[in-house]
Design a protein around this ligand. Structure first.
Ligand SMILES: [Zn+2]
Length: 199
């Protein structure tokens, strides 16, 4: 199981990098290995070149159990979510450029398609706090509640799931919707799902 999850984390970071959702050393991901142990991507490593042995094993309090590299600087954020959400087994942090661009411009994630309405209609958006800080970890854990994603202003997004693919889908769907919103706003006015279906 552990080998499988290490490889899934490697694959996940490659997908994020290939899709332009993280650049170089940006972004991070983790999975819950069991009640007390978590696997997380290391900090400072080029994410498209990650190897299974680069993944760091830590305990729920953040102590390194196994690994030569330093865990992601967003480790406090991952831990605070795992501690407050027993349903979460995977967390991904990416820098979705269209999503962050749209939010930075003061626009909303409008119901441009079904997923935008169903999954992202009340997506929590939190104010900027320094990456890696306890303030950011507390703010995200407080806002994620039962949601699958939080947008962090001027930074990126955090998605959670019962497994990595579920969290990856949230990251990808949010960016896909943000691109649709961006294109629609560039070409004219956004047409959303008709009001009668939104009720
Ligand atoms: Zn980041």
């Amino acid at each position: 199981m552990e080998d499988y999850l290490r490889n899934e984390l490697v694959k996940c970071m490659k997908i994020l990098h290939d899709r332009g959702l993280v650049s170089g050393i940006g972004g991070n991901a983790s999975v819950r290995l069991n009640k007390n142990e978590i696997l997380i991507t290391p900090t400072g490593v080029f994410k498209a070149d990650l190897k299974a042995e680069d993944i760091v094993k830590i305990d729920i309090n953040g102590n390194v159990i196994e690994g030569c590299l330093k865990p992601s600087i967003e480790l406090p954020l991952h831990l605070s979510i795992y501690k407050s959400r027993s349903d979460v087994n995977a967390i991904i942090h990416a820098h979705n450029p269209y999503t962050i661009g749209i939010i930075s411009a003061g626009k909303k994630i409008e119901p441009i398609n079904y997923e935008a309405w169903k999954i992202f209609k009340d997506v929590p958006i939190v104010e900027f706090k320094p990456p890696g800080s306890k303030e950011l970890a507390d703010l995200v854990a407080k806002n994620i509640k039962s949601k699958s994603v939080v947008i962090m202003k001027n930074h990126g997004v955090i998605a959670v799931g019962s497994n990595l693919k579920e969290a990856l889908y949230i990251i990808e769907a949010l960016e896909e919707i943000s691109i649709m919103i961006f294109v629609a706003s560039c070409l004219g006015k956004i047409t959303t799902i008709p009001e009668e279906y939104l009720r």
